[in-house]
Design a protein around this ligand. Sequence first.
Ligand code: KG4
Ligand code: ZN
Length: 362
Amino acid sequence: MPNYILAIDTSCDDTSAAVTLGRTVLSNVVASQTELHKQYGGVFPTVAKQAHRERIQPVTEIALKRAGVTKDQLAAVAVTQGPGLAPALEVGVDFAKKLASELELPLIPVNHMEGHVLSVLAQPSPKTTGRSNEKMTPPIKLPCLAVVISGGHTEFVLVRQIGQYERIGWTVDDAAGEVLDKFGRMVDLGYPAGPVVEQFAKLGNPHAFRFPLPMTTTGNYLMSFSGLKTAARKKVEELTAARPLTQQQVCDLCASFQFAVFHAITYKLNKFLLNQKTTLDQSVLFGIWLGGGVAANAVLRRMLRKAIEPYGLSLQVPYSKKLCSDNAAMIGVAASFKLERGEHTSALESGERRPRWQIGEA
Ligand code: KG4
Ligand code: ZN
């Protein structure tokens, strides 16, 4: 019997269900709540919880239907246990536990960050590509460094083996996507602003305004973006003191701010790779894996490629932009490795939501 997995993710403001088979994505349904949260300029937890409750059942039915898989063909149910918004996680965990228990299936609790890290390994369904996955699935060469950049996280994670992770660097305050969203609010770009900033930046000059490069004196790989946010606020106040921003100024601000955020990331990545190179007892890296909502940004991808090229490393990105932002297919892919390793529980034994669960933590 093929090991079909039904995966659920309700970690933040997207209700998602997917059906996966190993690394192959058979369906990946995402019901976005952006419209509901727009008015608050961010995710409102109780609104998210209510929307997840209303949507989880139909989203799951659609995922099964699109995959052409029935409930009795499933080998396991997987669910994001954390990290994320507690009330949002709760809906997915409760739903998955109930379903696994009804169907007498194992339940696989997955760390949302592990999903983002392994999203580059997902493969499209042969049904959609018309090609066999056997031929196109590349072997996994490890260790790799995963760079996850989203609205909730900005992290470098060393992947020694699938399932063996070490957090190398992270942000001490806001995540990169979060500051792009907050910056977007300052210049009236709506929510979430990240993709809009990318579009406006195309018409702007990334060197028109100079923003500071944070955390340069620390010897570690920690990042900080709140200083950039303050600098942007001051710059916008200064520019708008006399008159409203012109269209060109908005484009220049977007290009310069986006560049500053991404430069702060590539700066720390370069520092890590440089130290790796000069440390004798370290293991060789085989590549850089990029995941998270901000990973959809073409400028970020370009800057990362340029930063890692001198080290002979290539950048691996998920096969579609949908796999970058929150989705359940990445949870299904992570769960398939756990199922292989026998890391699952019965629905009754499984734990509750873990809003602060860090990758690499037991
Ligand atoms: O991974 P994700 O969907 O949710 C979290 O786990 O946080 O990431 C959402 C974040 C938002 O901050 C959004 O503005 C940002 O990803 N984002 C982008 C782009 N697309 C989404 N930021 C920059 N450029 C983009 N193209
Ligand atoms: Zn996420």
